[in-house]
Write a protein that binds this ligand. Structure first.
Ligand code: ZN
Length: 426
């Protein structure tokens, strides 16, 4: 792969700091048109910067939405953008966020301290300030402490997955093993993925998780990223803008045995996508109001559908799920109107926990207890659910694992005195 000098003003072919020229391709059309930067990880790695910062910088400069944590190394900017123009912007990024202000050496460390961003030059020792008025500076300041935490949880998740699957890796990225900082995390996270049929859902939930994790972008970046316009057209347009692979994975593809066919999967996707976007723009799923969620579901005409609960279980919680259940209780109660709804809700929960948040698996008993105590899912449905694993929502090993984790709760339920005892169906 041809490389170019990191410093554009240096033409010396022996200049030691090189990077690949940005390679991009435009995909899709109409509202869904987007630019995939194929080798962003490699370029960012050459700059010793997280790819997320680089793509975010592009997003700010172009006023376009980007992703910042793709699990498949597909770095995307909405809209069609020429590689040469992106290369120009990259030059701007390098000048502002990489090169030492004194000696212009690119070997600098980014030090964030006391609300300042400092480039610490390894060549000359100069410490120069990054302009804090730049939007990316705001983004960086907001995202400092996340890293360690995230890495840890990802590692845990990775271990759990590896254990569970014997570590068979597949569907990892697009054939170019990236080597950037956060990218290597992402690539690792794909290791030990689930069986191919469950892979797509897993990928989705992982993305949801990724989106939820980058929540802090948005106090600063809000305007650029997910402006919340709730008109139906706007929502549809936004759903269009999402990467295709995200778009399709939200929901449930099982057959409609119940005549809900009039609502294609895309309607559910719209809801899920909207929730993710709105949560992101509000700085966290906890900040997204029940009423807004309900109104959106209603606007899409699916507030009464059982599958809606599958979407909700996958989107309205994060690591704080146990506490969040009781906060969401009244909305959920309003929307869970039959056993079918309860089962769909449990199914979504199984995906959320089993596929994407394996670190939450030990909390399954608490989660189920909260469902039970908040009267969201009946004893009978819980017992039936616990009685056998199912591949309806996740693949069997995951399903078994979740149920196994549920054991203490199920035992407790078995022994608990309850008025519902007689309606038990096992
Ligand atoms: Zn220097």
């Amino acid at each position: 792969m041809a490389t170019i000098n990191i410093r554009r003003d240096v033409s010396d072919p022996f200049y030691r700091y090189k990077m690949e020229r940005l390679q991009s391709k435009v995909e899709g059309k109409g509202n869904g048109i987007k630019t995939v930067i194929v080798n962003l990880s490699s370029v960012a790695h050459s700059l010793s910067r997280p790819p997320a910062h680089v793509i975010k910088y592009f997003g700010f400069e172009l006023g376009a939405q980007t992703n910042t944590n793709p699990t498949d190394d597909r770095w995307i900017i909405n809209g069609a953008h020429e590689a040469s123009k992106l290369q120009d912007y990259l030059h701007g990024y390098i000048t502002k966020f990489v090169l030492c202000k004194k000696c212009k050496n690119p070997e600098t460390d980014t030090v964030i301290k006391d609300g300042h961003i400092v480039l610490d030059c390894k060549a000359c020792g100069q410490r120069s300030d990054v302009d804090l008025r730049l939007k990316l500076s705001g983004f960086m300041l907001k995202n400092v402490p996340k890293k360690g935490k995230k890495d840890k949880s990802e590692k845990k998740a990775r271990r759990a997955k590896a254990k569970e699957n014997g570590g068979d890796a597949e569907q990892n990225g697009n054939g170019h093993g990236g080597s950037g900082d956060s990218n290597s995390d992402n690539a690792d996270a794909d290791d030990g993925d689930d069986a191919p049929d469950a892979g797509s859902d897993d990928e989705l939930t992982r993305r949801i998780n990724a989106e939820a994790k980058e929540i802090d972008d948005n106090h600063e970046a809000k305007d650029d990223v997910w402006a919340v316009d709730v008109s139906e057209e706007a929502v549809k347009a936004r759903a269009q803008q999402l990467p295709d692979d995200l778009k399709q994975k939200l929901v449930v593809d099982e057959g409609d045995e119940d005549g809900e066919g009039e609502n294609g999967a895309s309607t559910y996707d719209s809801l899920g996508s909207w929730i993710i976007e709105a949560a992101t723009s509000k700085g966290g799923i906890s900040n997204l109001d029940d009423v807004d969620i309900y109104v959106k579901a209603k606007e899409l005409g699916i507030e009464g559908k059982h599958k809606t609960l599958t979407v909700l279980a996958q989107t309205i919680f994060d690591d704080d799920i146990v506490a969040q259940i009781s906060k969401r209780q009244s909305m959920l109660k309003k929307m869970i109107t039959s056993e079918k709804h309860e089962k769909a809700f449990l199914g979504g929960t199984e995906r959320f926990v089993g596929n994407e948040h394996p670190t939450l698996i030990p909390q399954v008993p608490k989660i189920l207890l909260a469902y039970y105590q908040e009267d969201l899912v009946s004893e009978a449905v819980l017992k039936a659910w616990g009685s056998k694993a199912s591949k309806r929502y996740v693949d069997l090993p995951v399903s078994r694992k979740v149920r196994q984790a549920a054991e203490p709760f199920l035992e407790w339920l078995q022994n608990a005195e309850s008025d519902e005892e007689e309606s038990e169906e096992e």
